[in-house]
Design a protein around this ligand. Structure first.
Ligand code: C5P
Length: 439
């Protein structure tokens, strides 16, 4: 028996809601012990009746946009495509015309078109997604240029716009690109990705276009107003803290910051004002958040405490060091004969203090419990001792470093074990929980 996953919902089958587990049992010839099980969670026709313009800039990632258009259509959307001239060096318009059943818009001056193509496209669209969005395309969009059909469409858009940037790391990190990004965000655009990974030249780096399915998720979110956190302020702590011993040595932990950064990014996407208080990590803060960089637990304590009065929810994902050296040597400690003892003292427990001092139920307090054993029972104990609303319990071996994790949501209403999922998806679950409690 195979718990199989068709690529798309079979015709006539009632679509299931997103995140509801759907699986079809298909009999195979194989003996039962050889059967594989695949679970499928996204069969949602979540974009039914939505009209999406997919725009392409000229980047190597353009080939992946075929898959993006296909996924959007599978989720129920009607898709029309507009391409810049340079995009056509990477992929042909015929591919998209055949796929979508509509002519691909490539020429603002197309004589066979009776109306004004860019105005008609913009009016038709419920959302516009530009993938890949190159550095040049972002710059032109910021400047409000309209020198091709895609840019002209963007300029007269009155529906949400999502850019999925893709470029070489150096282009992505260029101050001008980063400035343009901030301007686009300020103008109300949405940005999805890029991510770190293999780039066109075979080098590893930041700038790879987000995967098509995740871009499609981001398109769905443009319509997901019901879970909006707009008007709310959320403080997220992330990463490790560093407790200095001397100018070159310190005590820290392996927290990557990914979980907290995912929550900050998703909260920002849902319209919240986000304050991200982060210990030292190697990833960049998501665009649009107010990033506060700290080093030690004492600094994090100060940064969180001084802002706690202005926020609706605090999500403490930071792996705050419980202890710090009593003394920090101003010069490098020299080795001596025999052993050495470093005396440590307790750091403030930021979350417990917030739980103790808050009046009423604001801010909502969410903590994380990372354990190597008895994960859930420790989380239940922390829920009570720290007087918080939710503890996200996960095991150190699965939670540290990577992009996936498995967690249980432990609250006063009971425990909710979750399936293994990406940190981004877990971030959504946590924010759904916060959304359901927030006043
Ligand atoms: O007690 P433990 O460190 O396991 O608790 C984890 C939770 O408490 C996390 O949410 C973490 O951010 C928070 N914490 C804190 N201050 C500390 C230690 C942990 O806020 N000193």
């Amino acid at each position: 028996m195979v718990l199989a996953v068709p690529d798309e919902p079979a015709r006539g089958r009632k679509p299931v809601l997103r995140d509801e587990l759907a699986a079809v049992v298909v009999k195979q010839q194989d003996p039962p012990e050889r059967l594989r099980i695949i679970c499928y969670t996204k069969w949602a026709m979540s974009l039914v009746n939505k009209r999406i313009v997919v725009g392409l800039g000229g980047g190597i990632a353009a080939f992946k946009t075929v898959e993006l258009a296909r996924i959007l259509m599978q989720r129920g959307a009607e898709v029309r495509v507009a391409m810049t001239e340079s995009a056509q060096h990477f992929i042909g318009p015929t591919t998209f015309s055949a796929l979508t059943g509509h002519p691909t818009a490539i020429d603002l001056w197309d004589k066979s078109y009776a109306g004004e193509m860019h105005i008609d496209l913009a009016q038709w669209a419920d959302a516009i997604v530009v993938a890949p969005a190159t550095a040049d395309l972002l710059a032109r969009a910021v400047a409000g240029m309209a020198n091709d059909v895609l840019l002209a469409t963007l300029l007269c858009a009155n529906s949400p716009v999502l850019f999925a940037p893709a470029m070489h790391e150096r282009m992505w990190l260029a101050p001008s690109t980063q400035r343009n990004l901030q301007r686009l965000l300020a103008d109300g655009a949405n940005i999805e990705g890029p991510v770190r990974g293999l780039l066109a030249n075979g080098q590893e780096g930041m700038g790879r276009m987000q995967e098509p399915a995740l871009i499609a998720d981001a398109v769905e979110e443009l319509f997901a107003e019901t879970r909006s956190l707009s008007g709310k302020t959320i403080l997220v702590s992330a990463g490790p803290t560093i407790e200095d011993i001397d100018p070159v040595r310190f005590i820290s932990n392996r927290s990557s910051g990914r979980m907290g950064y995912a929550i900050a990014q998703r909260a920002c996407r849902r319209g919240a004002r986000v304050i991200l208080v982060s210990g030292p990590v190697s990833i960049s803060p998501p665009g649009g958040v107010e990033a506060v960089q700290v080093r030690s637990a004492v600094q994090m304590h100060q940064a969180v405490k001084s802002r706690a009065g202005e926020v609706d929810a605090i999500v403490m994902t930071a792996a705050v060091a419980d202890y710090r050296p009593v003394a920090q040597a101003s010069d490098k400690i020299k080795k001596q004969t025999g052993g050495m003892t470093i005396e440590l003292e307790r750091n403030p427990d930021i979350l417990a203090e917030l739980g103790k001092t808050r009046v009423g139920t604001t801010p909502i307090l969410v903590g994380f419990a990372m354990e190597t054993r008895d994960v859930v029972s420790h989380a239940e104990a922390k829920l009570k001792s720290k007087r918080v609303d939710l503890i996200v319990a996960n095991e150190a071996s699965v939670a540290f470093g990577g992009d996936h994790t498995q967690a249980t949501l432990v609250s006063h209403e009971g425990n909710q074990p979750l399936a293994p999922m990406s940190k981004r998806e877990l971030a959504e679950r946590i924010l759904d929980w916060v959304y359901s409690r927030i006043k």
